[in-house]
Design a protein around this ligand. Sequence first.
Ligand code: SF4
Length: 432
Amino acid sequence: MKIALVNPPWSFDGSIYFGCREPHLPLELGYARALLTEAGHEVLLIDAHLEGLDEAAAVARVAAFAPAMTVVTTAPSYLFWRCAPPELRVPAAFLNRLGGCGGIRIAVGPHGSSTPGATLRKLTADAVVMGECEEVIVSLAAAPGLEAMRRVPATAWRTGGDTLVNGGPHIGGFKDLPALHWPTEWLQRHDHHHHRFDAAPDGPGAEVEASRGCPYACSFCAKLDFRDGYRRRRLDLVLAEIDRLIDQGVTYVYFIDEIFLPQKPLLEALVARDLRFGIQTRIDLWKPDMLDLLGRAGCVSIEAGVESLTVAGRDALAKRCRIGTDELTALLIEARRHVPFVQANLIGTPEDDPDDIAAWRAHVQAHGVWANDPVPLYPYPASPQYHALWGRPDDRAWERAHEHYLAAFDRFSDIQDERPVPLDRLEAACGR
Ligand code: SF4
C-alpha cells in the first residue's frame, strides 16, 4: 500500500499551547515509516513544519504521491502529546485542503486517543487511532480492504452520523522499535537544540526516545490514554540511532522520555561519545553519584518537575515524592554542579505561599538553578485531574477544559505573551 505520513505546518496564534514552537523530529511518524517499510509498504513522510512547507505545498506533495491512506498527526511530535495544542485547526485545515486526494484519512495523536468522536467530527477524518500509533498504522495498512480496516483494534471510525469505536487506546510494544534514520537534509534544517541554554547550537540537533511512559500518576499529567506505563527501549537500538545521528553531524539530542530515569548502561555508553544532551526527569530519583555520571555523559540541560514547595502541595498533585523540600533543593543544587542548566518546574497551587515561592526561587537562582514563575494547570482530558473534575472525557471535553482554564486563571505563564482565545474561535473552521 502507498501511505503518506504527515506532520502539518503548525501555527499557534491565540493558542494556550506552552510547548516549544520550534520544529522537532516527528518520532511517532518515523517509527511508523520504519515499520511500514519493513512490511513492504511504500511510504512518503512529510514534516511540513520542519521542511518549511505551507499547507498547499504539503497537500500538493501528498496528492502527487497518490496514497491509498494518509495519516496526519494532531500534535507536533510525541514530545508534546502531554501538552498538545487543544485546538485542531491545523490538522483540520490540512485535511480540508487535501480532500479526497490522500485516500483514507487517518488522524493520530492525543485528541483522538481521549475523545475519538469529537476529533473525527472536527477533522472530518475517516478514522482516528487511539493511543500510541505506530503499530496500529501498520495493522491498518495490512488490513485487506476497508471493512477489515474498520475492525482494527484501537481505532474509531465515522460511519454515517455515528462513531464506531474498536476497543481502547493502544499501548505500544516500544522496546524493540527500530533505530530511526532521518534524512540528512532534515537534520541540517534542525538547528534547534531543544531546551538548551548553556551554549549556542554548534551543529544540528535531534530528538531521541530511550524510554516511554512513567510509573507515576501526577494529577496534572496528561498520559492516561497514551505513553502511560513505563517501558525502556533496547539499549543497542537507542545507541545505533544515536551513532547514526552523530555520523550525520548531530551534536545535541534531547531525550523526549517523560521521565529520564538514572540508567547507568546508557549514561556510561554516552560518556564515550562526543554528544551533548538534555532530559526531563524527577530530581528526587537521582543520587549524587548518578548526577556526576549524568554530567560526564554530556548532559547540559535538566528540566525537573518539582511542582510545589510544600508536602501538602505535592500531595495534592499526587506527586508521590518521598523526600522533603530541603532535600529536593539540595539535589537541584548538586545537579547544577555537574550540568550547566538546571530548571525546576513549579505549578501554581493554593498550598504554596507566593512570598515563599519568591524566596525559594531567589535562593536556588543564587546557586545557578532556574525556577519558573508557577504556571497554571490545563486540565487535559487525558489527565487524572480532568477525570476527577468531570469523569471520563466526552465529546465536549476539550471545550470544558478550555473554559475552565480561561475562567480559573487571571494570569498566565510567564512564557505566554498574549491571552489565549476561546476554543470555538480557534476551531471556527473545523467540522461541526
Ligand atoms: S513524574 Fe512526570 S511524567 Fe510522571 S506522572 Fe508525574 S509529571 Fe507525568
